[in-house]
Write a protein that binds this ligand. Structure first.
Ligand code: AMP
Length: 304
């Protein structure tokens, strides 16, 4: 089993979708990511929370075996995000972002975290992503996520991060904003010329596209009867993807494709309920069973 290091946000989210509304529930890029990855590999978390972060949430993360030595507790309030989705659930509209303790956060890396087998720079200030990257022994795979907030606010720092990562995982709207083109193939060309060897574009209910030197791979999203809240789908996808890669150590084309399917399986569970409610009671058996359904969904025999 590998050890996967993640830096990102731990948050209180308030979310409205056409199917319900929740306030100040557990969220954050690193929370979704590490919970999802913990089904596959050992996870070391780097993040910050304020004095208002309850023991109950810490207990949950510990119960998933996530190492919290790098979760800093600081005076002040935990990061808060408020967003809403229309019936077109693919993209959140951010209503409020309160960085709070994230504003002055400088990641400290515990000694046992410094030689990760895989690193995920979750959605957080690109300067913090760079800081973490510079403080650890570079593993053979480094992946990164971001969002419009940082693409608009810290573009130069973000491009600097991208020079040093192997895989960028972002959604289609963000990819278009970053690549400054409406056409995703052109966007991929531009981004791949800047550093990352692989670009994974998440397209919500339309699935994902993986672009790299040797070609393009596409996977659909699993067709679900119930979708309540897409928040964290991207991070949950990335957690399954990186968790699987960290455990297998197989970064070949075949390995990456397999990891994409595990990421898609994890994301498909997450969107069924609000916050991390579905992930909290998810079992390994359910993951394996949906993986088998995914295999059937995407399989075809070539007749010629
Ligand atoms: P996703 O839906 O996978 O793109 O990620 C949703 C998570 O990102 C939410 O749980 C938020 O708490 C978190 N988030 C939203 N905005 C930011 C931001 N500017 N920096 C870090 N995390 C954020």
């Amino acid at each position: 089993m590998g050890n996967l290091l993640v830096v990102g946000s731990v948050a209180f989210d308030s979310v409205r979708t056409p199917f319900g509304e929740v306030s100040n529930v557990l969220g954050g890029s690193a929370t979704y990511f590490s919970t999802s990855a913990s089904f596959f590999t050992d996870v070391n978390l780097i993040a910050v929370v304020g004095e208002d972060f309850p023991e109950e949430h810490l207990e949950f993360l510990r119960s998933r075996g996530i190492n919290l030595e790098g979760l800093e507790h600081r005076p002040g309030k935990t990061f808060r995000w408020k967003g809403e989705y229309s019936y077109q659930l693919n993209e959140a509209q951010t209503l409020e972002t309160h960085l709070n303790v994230l504003e002055t956060f400088r990641p400290k890396i515990p000694d046992r975290y410094t030689t990760p087998s895989a690193l995920f720079l979750g959605n957080i200030d690109p300067e913090l992503q760079l800081d973490v990257l510079n403080k650890v022994t570079r593993p053979s795979i480094v992946a990164c996520d971001t969002m419009n907030f940082w693409i608009e606010g810290k573009r130069d720092a973000l491009w600097k991060v991208l020079e040093s990562v192997d895989v960028l995982v972002i959604n289609d709207g963000e990819a278009r904003a970053l690549g400054e083109d409406a056409n995703l193939v052109q966007v991929a060309k531009r981004i791949l010329s800047k550093g990352p060897k692989t670009l994974i574009i998440k397209r919500g209910e339309y699935g994902v596209l993986m672009f790299h030197q040797d070609g393009i791979f596409g996977a659909p999203a699993y067709p679900l009867e119930t979708v309540k809240d897409p928040t964290g789908a991207g991070d949950t996808f990335a957690g399954g993807f990186m968790g699987y890669l960290s455990a297998s150590g197989n970064y070949s084309e075949v390995g990456l494709r397999q990891a994409i399917i595990f990421g898609s399986v994890m994301a498909s569970f997450n969107v069924e309920e609000f916050s991390l409610d579905r992930l909290k009671r998810l079992t390994r058996e359910e993951i394996d069973s949906r993986y088998q359904s995914f295999k059937k969904l995407t399989h075809f025999e070539a007749l010629s």
